[in-house]
Design a protein around this ligand. Structure first.
Ligand code: IFG
Length: 510
């Protein structure tokens, strides 16, 4: 008798719970999505998410299973339930179904949320992942265990304005552990960014193992700004970061900065110096004092070995060759040097990205100049057929202080409060450089003054979601007054993630 009563009461409870979500009224359009989607249409009902929910994934599509498992894990961490993932050949009647379909722009997705079935349909695996991020933003921040989780029903269609939406982490001035880089990747994934540019070498540190030149990491990676212990990524660790990023639809762009910003390499191998003498390791923050010896053949053998090994470890299409602030390299030497380095990158099947100074050379087919400070360089680059990656220091440098009181960062390019970081349009910032010339947007975080992930969080949040939206949402759909209200609703998400963010007074934090 007891058992039967138990099951009857459980069934009654379940019916009551499902009944109660049956009558729940919702409004999907009130969700504070960042980036703002192209279109959101609410249908006013509720999809109940609970331990019985199954995440189904279309079979035979690369990258979909890892995204589905990403979603299941997030739901389980959230609800304490045991949502499972199943591969299927057709859409189920209920649950969450992830699949791809043709006829949508790259990285696009459609989210159809009904009472029994949530369909995430992507143009590709990336689109599906971005649809998952949007779905996760419909969930409340805290899971009040025991209550059913209600997702508002409706339809969202969405696609990004720019294909390349990224951030850069300078791991050379200060070294960041694999775990810290993974946390940085998690930040990018939250807001549909899809590129992590790793600044792997500079005067103060060489951070990637190169097997044919082992002292680069052993000696060049030993210190960091301030003289503390530095570090480097073994090739196995780098490959682990590439995979961790790829599972979140994020591409790694590795940078070897040259011919300037090379003291760590010059201190590791005497032969790379014109005078044949190794330099001292450097732990200050000056720039522009170093240069590879551009008229020695061993320099190009060195670069060939480095690019060969790095290209083999990097599935993404780009190798970044740096090229900035080469104040110790005469222009007549810099130009042929950059041209030879570009040829090496092309030889190993990759496309060139370089800071805007490389426009003084002859950008190869498919090259991109990264605009950071010099409009003339950037315009010259476009005139020579290059594309532009927009990283204007005065708007997008995450190491710029918010204001004069910020305890971290620099201000040589000015102060960047949250509104100043958001209120600009990449396609109209530089006259003559329209959307058709722009590969995308990237927010660099230089680490002269930033030493650990807590300090990274303070400089990156709350500005990062704004750069993600600038890369994703068309400019005529964006304005600061409307955006700041949405951003204000993400403060509790940052707190829930333990992110130590700058609580700007310009944002109405909820
Ligand atoms: N400029 C240098 C960086 C870094 C930065 C700090 C570029 C391309 C200033 N080069 O930005 O190495 O020192 O804000």
């Amino acid at each position: 008798m007891k058992i039967k009563q138990y099951w009857y009461s459980l069934a009654a409870l379940f019916l009551m719970l499902s009944a109660c979500t049956e009558s729940v009224k919702t409004d999907l359009s009130q969700t504070a999505f960042i980036p703002k989607p192209v279109s959101v249409t609410a249908s006013g009902s509720a999809f109940e998410l609970n331990g019985a929910t199954v995440v189904y994934v279309q079979e035979g599509v690369d990258g979909l299973l890892s995204s589905a498992e990403f979603l299941s894990n997030k739901i389980n961490n959230f609800t304490g339930s045991a949502v499972t993932t199943e591969t299927v050949s057709a859409a189920p009647a209920k649950g969450i179904y992830i699949s791809v379909a043709s006829g949508m722009p790259a990285q696009a997705y459609e989210l159809n949320i009904d009472k029994k079935l949530v369909k995430i349909t992507g143009a590709d695996a990336a689109g599906c992942f971005f649809g998952i991020q949007t779905l996760l933003q419909t969930l409340p921040v805290k899971s009040n265990t025991g209550e059913p989780l209600v997702i508002p029903t409706g339809t969202i269609t969405d696609h990004p304005d720019f294909g390349y939406r990224g951030a850069m982490l300078d791991v050379a001035r200060h070294f960041f552990s694999v775990e810290e880089v993974k946390q940085f990747i998690d930040f990018l994934a939250l807001y549909k960014m899809n590129v992590l540019h790793l600044h792997l070498s500079d005067d103060q540190g060489w951070r990637i193992e190169i097997k044919s030149w082992p002292k680069l990491a052993e000696i060049g990676g030993s210190l960091e700004v301030g003289g503390g212990t530095g570090g480097f990524y073994t090739q196995e660790q780098y490959s682990g970061l590439v995979q961790y990023a790829a599972d979140r639809q994020i591409m790694i762009v590795p940078e070897i900065d040259m011919p300037g910003h090379t003291n760590a390499a010059l201190a590791s191998y005497a032969e790379l110096n014109c005078n044949g003498k190794a330099t001292e390791l450097y732990t200050g923050t000056r720039v522009g004092f170093s240069t590879l010896c551009t008229d020695k053949e061993v320099t190009y053998q060195f670069i060939d070995d480095v690019v060969r090994e790095l290209a083999a470890l990097t599935p993404g299409p780009y190798i970044h060759i740096g090229g900035d602030e080469s104040h110790s390299t005469p222009l007549e030497d810099y130009i042929p040097f950059v041209n030879r380095v570009q040829e090496i990158v092309v030889k190993y099947g990759k496309k060139v990205i370089g800071w805007d100074e490389i426009a003084n050379a002859t950008p190869v087919e498919g090259a991109t100049v990264q605009f950071w400070a010099d409009v003339e360089n950037t315009t010259m680059g476009v005139e020579k057929g290059a594309q532009v990656l927009m990283s204007p220091a005065a708007r997008a440098y995450l190491d710029m202080q918010y204001d004069s009181t910020t305890h971290l960062g620099l201000h040589w390019a000015g102060y960047i409060e949250v509104d100043n970081g958001y209120n600009w349009d990449p396609a109209s910032l530089v006259p003559g450089i329209g959307k058709d010339k722009i590969l995308g947007v990237e927010a660099p975080l230089w680490s002269e003054t930033v030493t650990n992930i807590d300090e990274v969080e303070y400089m990156v949040f709350p500005r990062l979601p704004g750069y993600a939206e600038i890369g994703w949402t068309a400019p005529d759909q964006r304005n600061w007054d409307e955006y700041k209200a949405r951003l204000g609703k993400h403060g509790n998400r940052f707190e829930d993630l333990g992110i130590d963010y700058y609580k700007s007074a310009l944002v109405p934090w909820e």
